[in-house]
Design a protein. Structure first.
Lengths: 360, 303
């Protein structure tokens, strides 16, 4: 590939490196061993197979949440119910494994299916309300996240709580419902494969199917889509349903893949990371995979620093926020001068022909 | 309920509504200028934090308040710069400010106090309460509306003042023109970006005020994520208020009353988790009601 074509990617990577440095350098300087902090943060995650595995494990739920966000944002819906859908999906999946009698082979798939359907309501309700009553899906989905949290805590406390567990936690998830580990020496589980397949399926859906095309058209120019006679309400509700199902399944997969009990007392924040993952990937399902791996790498580095030094891991949250802030900043990430500088192409007027920032 | 407990209930409802009114007015300024400030939640949180830290280090509550207002306003300016100068997406930048505020306040709290949860080791100050002369002596009425936190009165007076500003002053009318028809406003010689910049700064300042109330009045400390979605509830209040300052205040008081009911219901036999959903369910129902009513009005005007 020519330098010119790679220029946007290089600019993005350079900006990511800059953001990481801006947050981590001052943080490292507050400790007695700044070099050690930086070294642990940057290279620690690659030190052994277990940490590498941690990256993949952490990227799995954010990959799925990012995909859910991408599908909904592409159709022009600012549905932020991903966070609540992820939480409720995890809880409902665990509830299904504990409360429903099932043959061993059905435990995981049936519970995941039930969990996905229950959890998806957090995205579907705002979508339906937007389509039918034109209420802001932004506001209603933000509210529903909290409703999902408290309803989930209610179910946990009254129906799933193991009184012998000490802290507020559910009974143990039956072993037969847990997803199989697929790589010895790590905790990487079948869910990672499912997440990768989902991203490929998401790309096919968005770019190779009729309904995916409709969704993108509604998202990029709803007036034109209406003029063509597309069923806009249906497209909106379909996108919300697909996004909700994916996000809720992510919660269920996370539970069955890595946990032995359900014990989330607050919203875990995975959905918000998913928003950042999707935006950095420009709502492209294939690019979501490296994007999720990048944020998981930061998270693992942050965890290692938090465990070994007196530096809180919230620095990683700050990096996420800055990346989100900058990733949509067309004037920075698509700056014609910057791109020209990187590609070394001074004659080009190509910058003028660059597509405008994707509207969200 | 006897009259005394009704008066007590009104007093609590006003207290609970205060941050919602202040934040709601902040959202209103931003939407009227056409730049929805979804970062209000993060601006509240940052304001609450700044108020506690500044008042603890200076020993002065007014300086804490000032710090809270300036912090909120600075984040509002940041949002405006991201949107207008860096050409970033408005909503996503707002979300980023929320994430940054949540992570940043926890980080700074840890660096300052060594604790990630609450700021109880800081000697932070609280803002005073005000007794209204004459009214305070009236039984019941005095309990209900006198002796409130100074920011409660700021909120109650701020709404009519903002209403006058938006509808009766040239500046306010131009601000609304920017929000309604930016092209027309620009053609009339109004600097759209400048108005939106100041609108977001003012919006952030209101968010900072709401945050200062939470950490320097409602309680006397800062806790991780203490805003708990109040900024988002304020977004709902603004939508329900139909773009008017008084409507926003009324909606905020309605939602605050719902939250008060949920607080008084706790320990009343109903599982507390379900009671806690009330402040979030009521805005959704209210928005639905609002939307169906608006639709009926539209149909009638079309017929």
């Amino acid at each position: 590939m020519s330098r010119k074509a790679l220029a946007p990617a290089i600019v993005t990577v350079a900006i990511l490196a800059l953001v990481v440095a801006v947050v981590m350098l001052p943080l490292a300087l507050t400790t007695s061993d700044p070099a050690g902090v930086l070294q642990t943060f940057l290279f620690g995650p690659f030190r052994n197979l277990r940490y590498l595995g941690n990256i993949v494990e952490m990227a799995t739920p954010t990959m799925l949440c990012g995909l859910a966000v991408a599908v909904m944002f592409r159709s022009g819906m600012f549905n932020l119910g991903v966070e609540g859908a992820f939480y409720l999906g995890g809880l409902a999946t665990v509830a299904a494994t504990l409360l429903l009698p099932m043959p061993w082979w059905a435990a995981a798939p049936v519970s995941l299916l039930i969990g996905s359907m229950v959890g998806s309501t957090v995205c579907i309700l705002p979508g339906v309300m937007r389509a039918q009553f034109d209420t802001s899906e932004l506001v209603t989905s933000l509210m529903l996240n909290f409703v999902a949290l408290f309803v989930g805590l209610f179910i946990l406390n009254y129906f799933l709580r193991d009184p012998t567990a000490g802290a507020m936690a559910s009974y143990k998830i039956p072993v037969e419902a847990q997803l199989p580990r697929i790589l010895p020496g790590t905790r990487i589980h079948l869910g990672t494969v499912l997440a990768l397949l989902a991203c490929i399926a998401g790309a096919i859906y968005l770019f190779r199917t009729r309904s995916g095309f409709d969704a993108r058209l509604v998202g990029s120019n709803s007036a034109f889509a209406a003029h063509l006679g597309l069923p806009i309400r249906l497209v909106m509700m379909r996108s919300a349903a697909i996004g909700g199902l994916i996000a809720a399944a992510a919660g269920g997969i996370e539970m069955l893949g890595l946990y032995t009990r359900f014990s989330w007392q607050t919203l875990p924040g995975t959905g918000w990371v998913g928003v950042t993952v999707a935006i950095l990937a420009r709502d492209n399902p294939i690019l979501i995979v490296p994007s999720a791996l990048f944020f998981a790498y930061l998270q693992v580095g942050g965890d290692l620093v938090g465990r070994n030094f007196d530096v809180p891991i919230e620095g990683v949250g700050l990096i996420n926020a800055l990346v989100l802030l900058i990733a949509t900043a067309a004037a920075i990430i698509r700056n014609p001068k910057l791109l020209q500088l990187v590609s070394g192409d001074n004659s080009a007027t190509m910058s003028k022909n660059l597509p405008k920032a994707e509207a969200h | 309920m006897d009259p005394a407990s009704i008066a007590e209930f009104i007093a609590v409802a006003l207290r609970v509504s205060t941050p919602l009114i202040l934040a709601g007015l902040g959202v209103l300024i931003s939407t009227r200028a056409g730049v929805l400030n979804i970062g209000i939640e993060g601006m509240m949180l940052a304001g609450a934090f700044a108020g506690v830290v500044a008042s603890a280090f200076t020993g002065s509550a007014p300086i804490g308040l000032l710090a809270a207002i300036l912090t909120g306003a600075a984040l509002g300016c940041l949002l405006a710069i991201m949107v207008h100068v860096a050409k970033a997406d408005l909503i996503l930048s707002g979300i980023a400010i929320n994430i940054a505020a949540a992570a940043g306040t926890t980080l700074l709290l840890f660096l300052i106090t060594g604790s990630k949860g609450v700021s109880s080791s800081l000697q932070s100050q609280v803002l005073p309460s005000i007794d209204i002369p004459v009214v305070e002596a009236v039984p019941l009425l005095g309990t209900a509306i006198s002796g409130h936190h100074v920011l409660t009165y700021v909120a109650l007076l701020g709404a009519p003042l903002l209403a006058v500003f938006l509808t009766r002053t040239p500046l306010g009318i131009r601000l609304r023109a920017v929000g309604e028809k930016p092209e027309a406003a620009a053609a009339a010689g109004i600097n759209v970006k400048r108005y939106q910049f100041w609108a977001l700064a003012a919006s952030g300042a209101f968010g900072g005020l709401a945050g200062a109330f939470l950490s320097m009045g409602y309680v006397s400390w800062f806790a991780q994520n203490m805003t708990a979605g109040r900024g988002f509830i304020a977004l709902a209040a603004e939508v329900m208020g139909n773009g008017s300052a008084l409507g926003t205040m009324a909606s905020a008081i309605l939602l605050g009353t719902a939250e008060t009911i949920s607080i008084t219901m706790q320990g009343g036999g109903i599982p507390s988790e379900l009671v806690q959903t009330i402040p979030y369910v009521v805005p959704i129902l209210a928005l639905l009601l609002h939307a169906t009513r608006r639709r009926r009005l539209l149909k009638r005007s079309a017929a």
